[in-house]
Design a binder for this molecule. Structure first.
Ligand code: OGA
Ligand code: MN
Length: 381
């Protein structure tokens, strides 16, 4: 009986892991025909169109944040995943370039925190953009050249800085959340029925063609009634959405440049992962592998008070080079509920010791989000 239970568990636990490995596999590459592609509309039986609150965001407000009017957005739900909303690229033509530039040039700057800070001095991680752009611009496609700091960037945290070791946020480790990202997040959340959403923490992930992100749940935020927003730019990725238990089966979908995913309600605490980046195939050697929506400069004239500004040509040149092989994802979270505060130091220590006891007894800590989205593995391979 005990043996039976163990084998069932093992079998169950394999479902998500197996799919993760299937899509991560290099040789031979996997068949992507089962991956849902929301940009193709309602082709998949699980996909349905969903209405957003088009009156929750003024057209002018949306425009200033580089977004189309909400009534134009193509939003989808997924059968079996209530609270999950997929918005297929709602950005105005040309405005994605601004967000890419923010992710590469602006957000890695102090006082924000990045992976390079973990093993480099403050002086070394200063001016990552300036130290990398010249080199990146002049680089051939040869893999032998030393990596620039920008190419070594893996994550940046904003607002309440996520602590990877304790898996918590704290009042002490906080810097101002970027106003532009706060604003675009507010609009997206409001359109999805969460008008009181406040962006308080952000995790930006930088992926290269061999990167992946292990199976995890984002549960460190104290208020789970607010959604988690995810914005993707650059190369496409396969995203796996599972269940409330790690062993539940998962659904695979593509995330393309400009796509926004909202995890709310039942879907707020679902296991998920990114097993693979799927770089565009270059049809001819002269063609650029950037998605077309990133090649467009702004067709629209930015209003005077627009948040989203035109990217200078010399900056875009560097961004374009970087994005030819990369993907950037921004996740935006509300950490605290209205009027909520962080637990006191005492309660926190108690929670932590319970946590480590649990994981010691249970062996592998399945709730661990492995934040090493590099080819060096996640414990999934
Ligand atoms: C995360 C996350 C998914 C992605 O940062 O928690 O799940 O698409 N990111 O990169
Ligand atoms: Mn996540």
């Amino acid at each position: 009986m005990a043996k039976m239970a163990a084998s069932m568990l093992e079998h169950g636990e394999d479902a998500f892991r197996k799919l993760f490995k299937f899509y991560k596999r290099r040789n031979p590459p996997p068949d992507f025909s089962e991956v849902i592609d929301f940009s193709k509309g309602l082709k998949h039986e699980k996909v349905f169109r969903t209405e957003l609150s088009s009156t929750a965001v003024g057209e002018n407000e949306a425009h200033k944040a580089g977004l189309q009017p909400v009534r134009e957005w193509k939003a989808f739900g997924l059968k079996g995943y209530p609270g999950f909303i997929f918005i297929s690229n709602p950005f105005l033509p040309g405005s994605q370039q601004y967000w890419v530039k923010q992710c590469l040039k602006v957000y890695p700057q102090k006082p924000n925190v990045c992976n390079l800070d973990m093993h480099m001095t403050a002086a070394e991680t200063e001016n990552i953009w300036e130290k990398s752009s010249q080199l990146l611009r002049s680089k051939g496609s040869g893999k032998r050249e030393p990596k620039t700091l920008l190419e070594k960037l893996r994550w940046v945290t904003l607002g309440y800085h996520y602590n990877w070791d304790t898996k918590t946020y704290s009042a002490e480790h906080h810097t101002p959340f970027p106003a532009d990202l706060h604003s675009v997040s507010k609009h997206v959340a409001a359109a999805c029925g969460f008008p009181s959403f406040t962006a308080e923490a952000g995790i930006l992930n930088y992926y290269h063609s061999d990167s992946s992100l292990g199976i995890h749940v984002d549960e460190s935020e104290l208020d789970h009634t607010q959604p988690l927003l995810s914005f993707s730019f650059g190369q496409s990725a396969v995203f796996l959405l599972g269940g409330t238990k790690r062993e539940d089966p998962a659904t695979a979908m593509f995330m393309h440049s400009g796509d926004i995913m909202v995890m709310s309600g039942h879907s707020r605490l679902l296991y998920h992962a990114v097993p693979r980046i799927v770089p565009r195939i270059v049809p001819t050697p002269a063609a650029t592998p950037l998605p077309p929506c990133l090649l467009q400069g702004p067709e629209w004239s930015a209003p005077e008070d627009s948040l989203v500004r035109r990217v200078k040509e010399e900056d875009w040149e560097v961004c374009a080079r970087y994005m030819q092989t990369s993907r950037v994802n921004m996740t935006v979270r509300q950490v605290l509920g209205l009027g909520q505060a962080f637990p006191s130091e005492e309660t926190r220590t108690q929670t932590l010791s319970t946590f480590s006891k649990d994981s010691a007894e249970g062996g592998e800590n399945i709730n661990t989000k492995k934040r090493k989205n590099t080819s060096d593995g996640y414990g999934e391979s």
